[in-house]
Design a protein around this ligand. Structure first.
Ligand code: ZN
Length: 458
């Protein structure tokens, strides 16, 4: 398949038959859906006029320049993300690693020093210097430091205090609040499990009851909601599922119901994913939704499912690439939600992450690529080690590589996860008998609110 120009879906005469039909009942939602489809039709029509060959191009150089500039300078438009600054570091650094662009040592060191200033004296990281610790920027900061992967980066993380912070946000029912005095949702369990496992401070006691709490977020639709009883949502579903994988309990989900829900979120005409039933397509769900399919593939494989493909994930990988490459690229760099929206670092990171998933299936032995367009569109095979273990499960079952199983769920490239895990496994787990000092969620402290992935309510 490599390098062979593939016919584009949008060049097919039957493509327009996939457009939304409202059965004569117009609603606010149907009007919006048709508007988006028209804008995509326009993009496709322009593409057809300019290009006779179906070779959509990933604008690597433009994305690189946009990302590089973002590490040093942000426009006024980012003022509203003042409480999400570690996220900006993570989104940019992860995008650069997917593009296989090295981070200059001086820049890496500056990012380390900045993140050090975001670390709270009480443990965990805040959205900016002098703010309160919060699980979302803690996840972003730990990931960013692991991507940098230097001794300087690792040594910034105060693991003992990080564990204190995690205990301070743990709730008796197994859930976590995002920050002391803050809200509970399934993102927090994922952020806590992710940073705890990456830095080797994960203890069974810390995650007591967490599995059951996350399982209670899976609803009748098959996906997971932010808290029990609400609507299923792509961001929360990824967070909950990935947290369960980290805890080794994903088999307790209704996997078939989850599979049915997520594959139904890929849009028939657009090719990208929506976040919730009856919502519009959005580039960032290329990761939150498509990222669930490798997790489900592995979980179903472990459950003995014999009908699984050894060449493809269970979604239309080419259609997703087509959506990202044709509809989500800003010609001057950066990626976006849908045509007509502005570029930003969040969508750049998650569109590229989704593109990588859509391009690569399998492992070293069974690796299968579907690269739409030019060879240069190939992103780093971000999850190679994970897939390798997935297909060769009896080979690598000692402790370090068990941790490597988790790498898909951090959304960091595998070599960096391996390096971080090896580094932190050499260090002892701080006081495994540690207990919560008090019911932290009841403390009346005020706290800076920091946005995380699933705050994006598309
Ligand atoms: Zn989005």
């Amino acid at each position: 398949m490599d390098g062979v120009p593939t016919p584009l879906r949008c060049f097919n005469e039957f493509h327009s038959a996939e457009m939304f039909v409202d059965d004569g009942v117009e609603s606010v939602t149907s009007v919006e859906q048709k508007k988006v489809e028209r804008s995509i039709e326009e993009v496709i029509s322009v593409y057809k006029q300019i290009h006779s060959l179906p070779q959509p191009t990933l604008l690597r150089e433009q994305h690189y320049q946009y990302l590089k500039k973002g590490l040093r300078h942000l426009s006024d438009a980012y003022e509203c993300l003042d409480a999400s600054r570690p996220w900006l570091c993570f989104w940019i650094l992860h995008s650069l690693e997917l593009l296989e662009e090295p981070i200059p040592a001086a820049v890496a060191s500056d990012v380390c020093q900045f993140l050090a200033r975001c670390q709270s004296p009480t443990g965990g990281f805040a959205g900016g210097p002098g703010q309160h610790a919060h699980l979302a920027p803690t996840y972003a900061a730990v990931n960013a430091l692991c991507i940098i992967g230097t001794e300087e980066a690792y040594n910034i993380i105060d693991r003992e205090k990080l564990l204190d912070f995690l205990w301070s946000v743990k709730q008796p029912d197994g859930s976590f609040v995002m920050h002391v005095g803050g809200e509970v949702d399934v993102r927090s369990a994922y952020c806590a499990a992710s940073v705890a496992s990456l830095t080797n401070i994960l203890t069974p006691k810390l995650f007591e009851n967490t599995t059951n709490w996350i399982l209670s977020c899976q609803n009748w639709e098959g996906g997971l909601s932010g808290v029990p009883g609400l609507e299923a949502h792509g961001g929360y579903t990824f967070c909950g599922t990935a947290a369960l994988v980290i805890l080794g309990k994903e088999h307790m989900l209704d996997l078939k119901a989850l599979l049915r829900w997520v594959v139904s979120r890929q849009m028939r005409f657009e090719g990208g994913f929506q976040g919730r039933c009856n919502k519009l397509v959005d580039g960032c769900y290329s990761f939150w939704q498509a990222g669930l399919l490798p997790l489900l593939h592995r979980a179903l494989f472990k459950e003995g499912e014999s009908e699984l493909s050894r060449q493809r994930w269970m979604f239309e990988q080419q259609a997703l690439q087509e959506y990202i490459l044709l509809c989500c690229q800003n010609p001057t760099g950066g990626l976006l939600d849908k045509p007509g929206k502005s570029r930003d670092f969040y969508h750049t990171c998650y569109c590229l992450s989704g593109l990588s998933i859509a391009q690569h299936f399998g492992n070293v032995d069974l690796h299968h690529e579907i690269i739409l367009g030019r060879e240069e569109n190939r992103l780093v095979r971000g999850r190679r080690t994970f897939y390798h273990i997935y297909w060769s499960s009896i080979i690598y079952m000692h402790l370090i590589l068990c941790n490597l199983l988790l790498l898909l769920f951090y959304n960091i490239c595998p070599e960096k996860v391996a390096q971080a895990v090896q580094h932190f496994l050499r260090l002892p787990v701080p006081d495994v008998n540690k207990q919560p000092a008090a019911s932290a969620g009841d403390r009346p402290e005020d706290s800076a609110s920091t946005s995380g992935s699933a705050d994006h309510q598309s």
